[in-house]
Design a protein around this ligand. Sequence first.
Ligand code: BT5
Length: 260
Amino acid sequence: MSLDLGHLEGALADAAPFGRWIYLEDVDSTMDVARARAEAGAPEGTLVLAGAQQRGRGRRGRDWTSPRGGIWLSLVLRPRIAQDRVGCFSILLALAIAEALRDRYGLSVRVKWPNDLLIGRKKLGGVLIELATVSTRVDWLIAGIGLNVNNPLPQDARVPPTSLRHALGHPVSLEETISVIVRAVARRYAQFQREGFAPVRAQWGALSALGVGERVWVERNGERFEALVRGLSEGGELLVERDHRLEALVVGDVTLSLGG
Ligand code: BT5
């Protein structure tokens, strides 16, 4: 089940800035390939796509299982933003992908702060952000996207996994799915550059798997506590209430499980 590269070429032709792409049958991680390109000066919009990854990674040193049949890709971006705005990006990406999959396949895909894509309580995919800074500004940012499509699912995942094939009951075109999610990310990214995070923040509530008032378990620096979701800050932090006090959870510091 290899990608039809000709089909992909056509599908991405007008997905600016993601017109430049590299496809590799097998890699350790697309994050490493994209990082090497970014360090060598690759322009914004470079897209690295793999058929399979041997050492795919998630957040905080976790593994990401990436057999053939899924979408495993990394995008090189060079947003002109301060480092402390980066939290917005996981949410922007997850939201853009959820919207695209809802529009294209009519599936009820939701986003779980900061980086999960869920159908019901099952994990369809996730987003990973890595970056380099020059003083306090972002030099390059790599946005990794992992999406279960037609691939077999991992047996040992923390959260039960699902795929587009499972959710729809039939296999779907990888090329078309790549094209719809990459275009959706391109649109939301262009909007971010024009208008900042506000439009994503305004839409977040409608697609969030965590409703206001929802009980969640937070793991941070070896500590685990229960809290109530109160909303999303202007910088992409999750606002939670813990012992009657409001706290802002920062992307990158935290692992969150649904309560109840
Ligand atoms: C994520 O991490 O959800 C981010 C995943 C990003 C993967 C992409 S693929 C392209 C690019 N190249 C890479 O090397 N990575 C990016 P996190 O929230 O930390 O979730 C990781 C956890 O999800 C693991 O500990 C497993 O329990 C579970 N898991 C692993 N593989 C999975 C899969 N294919 N589907 C669902 N869950 C999975």
